[in-house]
Every structure is written in structure tokens, then in C-alpha cells.
Design a binder for this molecule. Structure first.
Ligand SMILES: [Zn+2]
Length: 354
């Protein structure tokens, strides 16, 4: 990896962005039925100082908008004069899905985050993935890919990273979320493919689809600044420490509390995601309300994710609970007192902050 004492170099895709230059491009990655180009907005900011090349991607799922706002802000706020290295901002990767405001590529229902590194001459989604990957991701040294939770579930703000890879672990630490779910990631995801190619990549999961959630967007921008500090792109900025830190396996099927009977689910936890042993998390009732089961926290923990769609069949996951040690629990209680979790579960239904 380049270090911040390195000589600045042009960023090459199939054109060049010189050191000291900031360029907004619309880059063709495919074609519509009408024969018009499908073009993705890309901003390249090449610093006056040499250093690593970092990508930021959003909109691989077209309805996941918090990251789109984060990438827009990154592209706006940094200028070449302050950077030792290059930023590559991929504003909305799956353009047809973004236009349709849906998760997958329209008509074909293809998942771009299972399509990397893509293939020339393949279907629309793989072609787009191929162009994005070879032109803009493969020249990079590291990257962050922004997502939100999928429908019917809520998820706490967290990073996903292969923490067994020391380069990825460094990046995840620098991004400084409180929670990291670790694992290699799915085949064909940008994170797993880029990481396997020697480009450490972390996925950021932030809030809900179809929203801008300002608190989360600000947190992510702080995380980006911390990453740029860690790698010397912004040599004068401090690297953040999140205050408390927990990591757990992403393959957490065993850590979800599950319904043992079907019915209507009402969440009882909140407004904060911290629960104490024996606190009620939710109740499951049958339609006659003649049977009611209260699901209680088996231990002190942090609710990482919860069912949003309020119906369940036996075995359905209700809540993903992470056990906490006493010290971490105290730190989270202090953050709650300071108001840092206010609005996290507004209106009793979601991790929404607006
Ligand atoms: Zn996503």
C-alpha cells in the first residue's frame, strides 16, 4: 500500500485524474432497452500529496439511501489540497435499481451484491458490476461499502468485516463502530471479492432503506474521517475510538431468539436497545388472544436486530441479542444518559432517528 510520503500519481480508470484534481464523471456501465447509456455518478478526488486510494460505494442495493447521502457528502467535503491519497466515490452503483427505488435490478431481480467481480458479456447486473469493479475498485487499496438493513428487520448501526484478516481488522477498527459482525461475507459480494483481491473492504450497515437518517449519516462521516486519519490520507486528523466495542460472528442464526409458537408479535423492548436479564422483549399472541407468550431476555444484552413485520411462525427469528459484560453495559448506560440513543427506536417500531 502507498504511504503518505509517496509521490502523488494520476488515478487511472480509462481516463486519468491528475494529482490536485477533483472530477465528477458519469461513467457508462451498460445500456438500456432504448440503447441509451446506463451511467453511474463517480467522483474522483486525487490529493496533492501521495497516499492510498480509497473507494466508497453506495446504492449496490437501489433502495438503501443512507450511504448514498454519505458518499455525496464525502465527494463534496474533501478537496485535493488536504488529501494525501485519492478518494473514489461511487454514488449509486446499481443505477437501474436506484432509479426504480428497489433493492434488486428491475425485471431480472438480480442482486448486484452477489454479482462481483462481474463478467463481460454476461447479464446486465454482472456487466455493470464488472465495469465498476475493474475501472474503479480494482485500482484501490481499501474501501467501505455502505448498506442498510433489508425489509422486515431492523439492525443496529454496525460494520461487517472479516476480522481474521489483519488488514480488514485495521480498517474496521479505524471506522470505529461500536459493533462489528465478523465473517467472510457472501460469495459475489463486493466486500468478499475485493478483500480476497487484497483490497481490504468493510461493509457498513446503517439503519433502514428509503430514508436519510441524519444521526447515522453523521456517525458514518466521522468513521470515514477516522479511516482517512488511520491511513495517513488526512495525516493531521485523530483516529477515533468508539468508546465501547463488541464483535460477534455474523453467522448468528444461533443467537437469534426465536418464536416457539406462531401468532402476532408485539415488541416490548425500548426505547433503548439495552435489555436486562428477564426484561420482556416481545409478546406473541394467537388471534383469539387466548394464548400469550412473553419472550424475555435470557441475559443482559444489546439488541442488534429485531423483527419488524409483526407476524411470526414457529421458529421465526424475533430478536438478535448480544451478551454484554458489566463494563460495556455501564458504558452503554452512560451513552443512553447522554442521549446518544435517543430516537433510535422512534414510534416503537424501528431503528429510525427521523
Ligand atoms: Zn444492501
Amino acid at each position: 500500500m502507498n504511504d503518505s510520503r509517496a509521490e502523488p500519481e494520476p488515478f487511472r480508470y480509462d481516463a486519468e485524474v491528475d494529482p490536485g484534481e477533483k472530477r465528477h464523471v458519469r461513467y457508462g456501465v451498460g445500456e438500456t432497452y432504448l440503447g441509451d447509456p446506463i451511467r453511474i455518478p463517480v467522483t474522483v478526488i486525487n490529493g496533492e500529496g501521495g497516499g492510498p486510494t480509497v473507494f466508497f460505494s453506495a446504492g449496490i442495493h437501489g433502495d438503501e439511501l443512507n450511504g448514498v447521502k454519505v458518499v455525496q457528502e464525502i465527494a463534496d467535503r474533501y478537496e485535493p489540497g488536504e488529501l494525501h491519497g485519492t478518494l473514489v466515490c461511487l454514488h449509486a452503483c446499481n443505477v437501474p435499481a436506484f432509479e426504480a427505488q428497489q433493492r434488486y435490478t428491475p425485471i431480472y431481480d438480480q442482486d448486484m451484491n452477489r454479482s462481483f467481480p462481474g463478467r463481460e458479456g454476461a447479464n446486465t447486473t454482472e456487466r455493470m458490476a464488472h465495469e465498476i469493479y475493474r475501472r474503479f475498485v480494482s485500482p484501490c487499496d481499501l474501501g467501505l461499502d455502505f448498506h442498510t438493513s433489508t425489509r422486515n428487520r431492523t439492525t443496529i448501526y454496525h460494520a461487517r468485516a472479516d476480522l481474521e484478516d489483519p488488514d480488514v481488522s485495521r480498517l474496521a477498527r479505524a471506522f470505529a463502530t461500536n459493533v462489528v459482525l465478523y465473517g467472510e461475507g457472501d460469495a459475489g459480494s463486493l466486500r468478499s471479492v475485493a478483500t480476497a483481491d487484497g483490497i481490504p473492504t468493510v461493509t457498513v450497515e446503517m439503519g433502514r432503506a428509503h430514508r436519510f437518517q441524519r444521526t447515522l449519516i453523521e456517525k458514518a462521516l466521522e468513521g470515514v474521517e477516522s479511516v482517512l486519519a488511520e491511513y495517513g490520507v488526512l495525516p493531521d486528523e485523530p483516529v477515533h475510538w468508539p468508546g465501547w466495542y463488541e464483535s460477534t460472528a455474523a453467522d448468528a442464526t444461533k443467537r437469534w431468539l426465536r418464536a416457539d409458537a406462531g401468532g402476532l408479535v408485539e415488541m416490548e423492548w425500548g426505547p433503548y436497545p439495552l435489555v436486562h436479564e428477564d426484561d420482556p422483549i416481545c409478546t406473541v399472541t394467537n388471534h383469539f388472544k387466548t394464548e400469550e407468550r412473553v419472550v424475555r431476555a435470557p441475559f443482559d444484552g444489546l439488541i442488534l436486530g429485531a423483527l419488524e413485520n409483526p407476524v411470526a411462525a414457529p421458529g421465526h427469528p424475533l430478536c438478535h441479542l448480544l451478551g454484554l459484560d458489566r463494563e460495556t453495559k455501564r458504558e452503554i448506560e452512560r451513552e443512553i444518559d447522554r442521549g446518544e440513543f435517543d430516537g433510535y427506536r422512534a414510534h416503537g417500531d424501528a431503528w429510525a432517528d427521523d
